[in-house]
Design a protein around this ligand. Sequence first.
Ligand code: GLN
Length: 474
Amino acid sequence: MDLHELTLDRAKDLLSSGQISSTELTRCMLDRIGVHDQKVGAFITVDTDGALEAAAAADRRLAGNEDAPPLLGIPVSLKDLVCTRGLRTTCASRILENFVPAYDATAVALLKQAGAVIMGKTNMDEFGMGSSTENSAFHVTRNPWDLECVPGGSSGGSAAAVAGGMCMASLGTDTGGSIRQPASHCGVVGFKPSYGRVSRFGLVAYASSLDQIGPITRTVKDAALVMNVIAGHDPKDSTSAVMDPSMDTAVNPSTGRLDFTRACSEFNDRGLAGMTAGIPREYIGMRGLDPEVEQAFKGACKVLEGLGVKFREVSLAQTDFAVAAYYVLASSEASANLARFDGVRYGFRAEGCEDLLEMYRKSRSSGFGLEVKRRIIMGSYALSAGYYDEYYGRASRVRSLIMADFARAFELCDIVVSPVAPTPAFKIGEKVADPVTMYLEDTFTLSANMAGIPGLSVPSALSSKGLPMGLQIL
Ligand code: GLN
């Protein structure tokens, strides 16, 4: 049995029936990291000792016939911008190179409570800014399907680790597409929950009104199993959603608890017949859409149609303005959030400064990478007196219109479907010199963040070069 090819769901069964041990499973993934990660570069930090200890503890509990928590003994990894107590958290930035948090993010604490084995911290674009994982201060991550290509980003390390059989699930974060786009490029499942569904406490903020933590896994059911553990209200995050259980479709009425796997089994039993999928008129024949991506999308729609899904056109009229508005809003929020990294706290400080201002300036100039500085400059400009209304105010109004577009669309359909990214995974280095082309990677994904709605990327086809492409379901 190839342990690294198991789904999380299957591994749970094998662990609880005693057919495999968590130590075996964890060692198998650590061995794969040892063999493959020099080439792939999915991880920034591998916590070998911590993982083996957690696995041994899980095995003792499994043997003790205790009531097993839901992820007992399952190896998972975490994007390196969720805080882990005692384990370095860098956000792939020099400015946090030696930062060791004193507490766990809520999502991490919940995974640990559920018995998960934390393998380590995965590579990413610095602070989540990018779509290729080339903006890491430490190294690039390569796509396990083709080492010449990017894995997507910014949660590229997480997607590559899951695709490469180096963990069974990973937490990513998605501000404009950073879970769904790398999942699509690496042939795995990525789910961005509704805004507020998973606590942001202990997540290093990029753009607080858009950021959301979510799972990257091999199957939809595995993503649901992780969601069951990490979702829920958290008083430590003021934007965490408080839902009325009687109105919340993710709540299981018989238990009163959030239950994402129940929805999976319901769809399995009931099928998709009678469901209506909307296709945004503005996405059809869009400039920059790769013909193979378009083909794959049409193929996926055919499959859904065969399962009884009806299609209709809907309109997301703001599509032309969404990317521009997103980059104004995200950069503005980033410029405020990143102000805290001043060379005084969090470890990094430039040497040999005469006074405080010089220390700030030098620490920030050498601590942040180029893309992060570009965003801080754009964001500070957009928020500055005299320009605020012109940029930030206008982008906020576009955001409201995007929400209204979706509200109208969902009066006509149950789900909106689209490609995830306009092209399959591209070559390393191909887009780094051209930020605008890189920003267009997010064309189909970032509207969901602006509207706060959930989005799923599922594998749908392989390109002629053998690269995976995903289908987005909003
Ligand atoms: N590529 C987008 C950006 O750079 C989205 C990143 C993300 O979702 N974290 O902002």
